[in-house]
Design a protein around this ligand. Structure first.
Ligand code: ADP
Ligand code: MG
Length: 553
């Protein structure tokens, strides 16, 4: 018996958006639905490794009915039970969609959200309502006794759920196209969209297509629209820019552009192929870990195993998108096995080492591109200094900072800093703070300026934390200029004299300031300013203090 249910408020908000305002690139609805079909087949294929009855001739079928004005997308993948349909499609349990809506609310001008964002937030299915006035979904869960389910909605307030007689596993989605979406009834147009967005999908995407025979009779034949080529197995010289870009879009869910594609072909103890991408721009949700995709896709001999395999890449490289195809792992690896697998550890090691060496190469040969990359992702990369002990030295070579001697916006590496140090300078000096303007005017810099020593400006919120592990670079220790005191030549004598001469002033300041400071003392560090505030050697820096406050700690 059919039941009608209301959409959750958030879903309805999203649907309104799909129906009324997202017109910029409607073609992507097909990419989203095909991606879902392919995901569903990936899952069924994975299950079939242990439950052979579920194996099929995997296929995604499209069909067009010009009279009924419908476009259908059908797969023989995992399917859904009624409960799953309600959970996945009627309710939004996913944080991604909530975050998406929040971002829209916060957007000041009423600009259209970028179409790339739809995929990024995992609200793919609803994009069907950009082109359809009514959507029907019929689905049967693979290997389940439960009856098939039919879900219908026009995207306005409610949806209907009913039983269906379908017996074959998989899902069929029928789009009743809006009048202004009639172009999606054109098989040529559909072919073009599939080739543009979904060419690398590993399963045939089939569209029955009319063919005029030699004797002028017409027949309908299945036509495979995509090449299904596993791009990571091909030579880089044979892959076009466009192919890279479309594969990157599929992998990253970030849209946008990539900066570098990295092919790895490893032989020996661990045999695998990988295609990794460094992104060009950070997504705005980069620092929101709950919706940030992590990990790489894992395939075993071209069979999809899992998305977001965290064991293949450390957190501090989470901006890297890519796929790893292993020749060594068994096909029926379970997720538990993945967690402690020495093969995966070896792959991860190779992946990290290669990414770091590519970054190093870029720093040496494409300075501007690297600086741009570092501005976007540097604060994530730096985490590695704290977390990846084995690669900490390599990471130190990759970090960049502005400094007292750089123009605003220009950065130097630690190596460059050390090379420029005058002989008398023994330590690497730095100052942490919120932004350049704030640290650049600190009186704590005066002494160093007078000595001809440069001071690194560390203005990332996490710099203080990173500095706890920095220790040394090229045998030089790091020293914060606003912590503790410094050895200034002749300081002792100067301070002694001052103490005698200005004993009363010191007394006066101490009693006036009372508890708001722990000490008032003379310093030899200042050249122009009368005084400066400093933090005791092992106390929290003012910046870190602010950071902890912000985190309510
Ligand atoms: P995402 O693909 O990012 O999870 P979607 O909105 O595209 O988000 O899909 C929501 C969910 O609906 C999917 O995660 C999946 O569980 C389910 N789903 C969608 N299409 C299919 C399909 N063809 N077969 C099985 N499940 C599907
Ligand atoms: Mg999807």
């Amino acid at each position: 018996m059919a039941t009608t249910r209301e959409f959750k408020t958030e879903v309805q908000q999203l649907l309104n958006l799909m129906i009324h305002s997202l017109y910029s690139n409607r073609d992507i609805f097909l990419r989203e639905l095909i991606a879902n079909a392919a995901d569903a087949i990936d899952k069924a294929r994975f299950e079939s490794l242990t439950t052979p009855e579920l194996a099929r001739e995997w296929q995604i079928r499209l069909s067009i009915d010009k009279d009924a004005k419908t476009l259908t997308i059908s797969d023989n993948g995992i399917g859904m039970t009624e409960e799953e349909v309600v959970e996945n499609i009627g309710t939004i349990a996913k944080s991604g969609t909530k975050a998406f809506l929040k971002m829209l609310e916060e957007q000041e001008d009423n600009k259209e959200p970028l179409p790339e964002l739809i995929g990024q937030f995992g609200v793919g299915f609803y994009s069907a309502f950009m082109v359809a006035s009514k959507v029907e979904l019929v689905t049967k869960k693979a290997g389940s006794e439960l009856p098939a389910v039919k879900w219908t909605s026009s995207g306005e307030g409610s949806y209907e759920i009913d039983a269906d007689t379908r017996t074959e596993q998989g899902t069929t989605i029928t789009l009743h196209l809006k009048d202004d979406a009639a172009q999606y009834l054109d098989s040529w147009k559909i072919g073009e969209i599939v080739r543009r967005y979904s060419d690398f999908i590993a399963y045939p995407i089939v569209l029955p297509t009319k063919k005029v025979n030699e004797d002028k009779t017409e027949t309908v034949e299945d036509k495979v629209l995509n090449s299904q080529k596993a791009i990571w197995l091909r030579k880089s010289s044979e892959i076009t820019e466009e192919e890279y870009r479309s594969f990157y879009g599929h992998l990253s869910h970030m849209g946008g552009d990539y900066l570098k594609a990295i092919h790895i072909s490893a032989e020996g103890t661990s045999e695998f192929k990988a295609l990794l991408f460094l992104p060009k721009e950070a997504p705005f949700n980069l620092l929101m870990p709950e919706i940030q995709k992590k990990g790489l896709q894992l395939y075993v001999r071209r069979v999809f195993i899992t998305d977001e395999c965290k064991e293949l890449i450390p957190d501090y490289l989470r901006f890297v998108a890519g796929v790893v195809d292993s020749s060594d792992l068994p096909l029926n690896v379970s997720r538990e096995i993945l967690q402690e697998n020495p093969q995966l550890r070896r792959i991860e090691k190779a992946v990290v080492s290669r990414v770091l060496s590519e970054l190093r190469k870029m720093l040496e040969n494409e300075r501007e591109a690297y600086a741009g990359f570092f501005r976007e992702f540097g604060r994530i990369l730096k985490e590695g200094i704290h977390t990846d002990y084995a690669n900490a030295e390599k990471l130190k070579d990759l970090v960049m900072y502005e400094s007292m001697n750089t123009e605003p916006g220009k950065m130097i590496t630690l190596e460059e800093y050390v090379t420029a140090m005058p002989e008398s300078q023994k330590e690497i000096y730095y100052i942490t703070g919120e932004k350049r303007e704030a640290v650049a005017s600190s009186p704590a810099l005066e002494y160093f300026r007078a000595q001809g020593y440069d001071v690194l400006f560390m203005t990332d919120p996490i710099d203080d934390w990173i500095m706890q592990q920095m220790f040394q670079y090229k045998k030089k220790s790091f020293k914060s200029v606003d912590k503790g005191d410094f050895e200034v030549e002749g300081a002792e004598e100067m301070i002694k004299q001052a103490q005698e001469k200005f004993a009363k002033l010191l007394e006066f300041l101490k009693t006036t300031l009372g508890d708001s400071v722990s000490e008032v003392r003379f310093s030899a560090r200042l050249t122009d300013s009368p005084c400066c505030l400093i933090t005791e050697g092992n106390a929290l820096s003012p910046h870190l203090e602010r950071l902890f406050k912000a985190m309510h700690q």
